[in-house]
Design a protein around this ligand. Structure first.
Ligand SMILES: Cc1ncc(COP(=O)(O)O)c(C=O)c1O
Length: 404
């Protein structure tokens, strides 16, 4: 029998260089504490707390009964791709054909496909920061060089066109961002994205992944897709999916719209790794999109109420620097006021320490900002009930008051 060390040393450099997802790691710790009998409130989750709407579940049951149990075309059933084309026209005024669409096992796979198909070893990838945890790791897997560019809290964490231009070098191949953003909830408006497009017009070697997975969870109701700017449309890969808007995280359906060449490269890659995503989930996704965004907008109203509730209580907590998240279901305050303070002989050095302190003392799970490229912040998800949010904020306030 080989010992653990021997087996570990056999693992590839590629996997050893990869970090474990911090959000998943925190969820694991919170579960451990809960299994010891503690009443843990989990604000670390990155998913809706709602059930998938019934009409979508019904479509999945029907798909099973009608025998949709075989392999699907790698980029998705033609009728699903047509629904996605219709969605882009209806919601974003974007014209695509089914050949531009690739359906994947979650938006995460769509992003990984696009990065693998566009990035060569050594290419620089500008990542608007704070960023979603997986962007940096996927770029590392593709042997690209992540170049985080940090938005300022004063600008609701939004990276500006000027900041982007400053970061571009002759090695830049790709820019990645999410709007609405995970972890900040920032939404880039049309003017801001048009200014970004103007910069990109000057650098024809640079491509973009615009991650719009939180599109429907937008409290201002105005979403702009970068691909609407004709001069750069061919260089924009728009990623979206069903996980967040339709509360379908477990179904694993995401998709991209891209130039035909990029789409067929992603199709080729996917054909060698996972093939098409689940037949049942695809049928459910087609029904979801066909049903429009009514169910998503209802859930968004609940998120808006929760955002206001959390923000109100958070603004009452000494030292938390906040802003108004315009979308998604996260708030990402600057908590650096507490660094250097102590409780029972333990000093809080960074947001990881503070997040651990909140778990141990308040039994509230959060995610430290370092995982998102911002070690002065902590991410709180408000995708949970009003009661739990109110109780969590109360506990956090009283735990923080212990820090001297
Ligand atoms: C910004 C962002 N993009 C993509 C994803 C992946 O979504 P999916 O569940 O469709 O893979 C997530 C999930 O947390 C996310 O927050």
């Amino acid at each position: 029998m080989r010992n653990t060390e021997e087996v570990r040393s056999a693992l590839s450099d590629r996997i050893l260089a990869l970090s474990e997802s911090q959000t998943i790691a925190m969820a694991k710790k919170a579960r451990e504490l809960a299994s010891q009998g503690f009443d843990v409130i989990n604000l670390s989750f990155g998913e809706p707390d709602f059930q998938t709407p019934q009409y979508i579940k019904d479509a999945a049951k029907k798909a099973i009964d009608e025998g949709f149990t075989f392999y699907t075309p790698v980029p998705g059933y033609p009728e699903l791709r047509q629904e996605i084309v219709n969605k882009f026209k209806r919601d974003n005024n974007l014209d695509y054909k089914p050949e531009n669409i690739v359906v994947s096992t979650g938006a995460k796979q769509s992003i990984a496909n696009a990065v693998m198909c566009l990035v060569n070893p050594g290419d620089e990838v500008i990542i608007f920061s704070p960023y979603w945890v997986s962007y940096e790791e996927i770029v590392k897997l593709a042997e690209g060089t992540p170049v985080p560019v940090m938005g300022s809290l004063e600008n609701d964490f939004k990276v500006t066109a000027a900041q982007l231009e400053q970061a571009i070098t002759s090695d830049t191949k790709l820019v990645m961002y999410s709007s609405p953003s995970n972890p900040t909830g920032a939404v880039w408006d049309e003017d801001e994205l048009r200014a970004i497009a103007k910069v990109l017009e000057k650098y024809p070697q640079v491509y973009v992944i615009a991650d719009e997975i939180y599109e429907y969870i937008n409290f201002e109701g105005k979403h702009f897709s970068l691909a609407c700017v004709d001069s750069i449309k061919d260089r924009v890969v728009t990623v979206n999916g069903l996980s967040k808007g339709y509360a379908m995280t477990g179904w694993r359906v995401g998709y991209m719209a891209a130039n035909k060449e990029i789409a067929s490269a992603c199709d080729k890659l996917q054909s060698q790794i996972t093939s098409g995503t689940s037949s049942i989930s695809q049928k459910a996704a087609a029904a979801a999109l066909q049903g429009g965004k009514g169910a998503a907008l209802e859930m968004t109203e609940a998120y808006r109420r929760r955002r206001d509730l959390v923000l109100d209580m958070m603004n009452d907590i000494e030292g938390f620097k906040t802003y108004l998240p315009a979308g998604a279901f996260y708030i990402f305050p600057d908590v650096s006021y507490y660094f250097g303070k102590s409780y029972e002989g333990k000093t809080i050095v960074d947001s990881d320490d503070l997040s651990m302190f909140l778990l141990a003392d308040a039994h509230v799970a959060t995610v430290d900002g370092a995982a998102f490229g911002a070690p002065q912040c902590i991410r709180f998800s408000f995708a949970t009930s009003d009661e739990k949010l109110t109780e969590a904020m109360r506990r956090i306030k009283s735990s923080l008051a212990k820090l001297q």
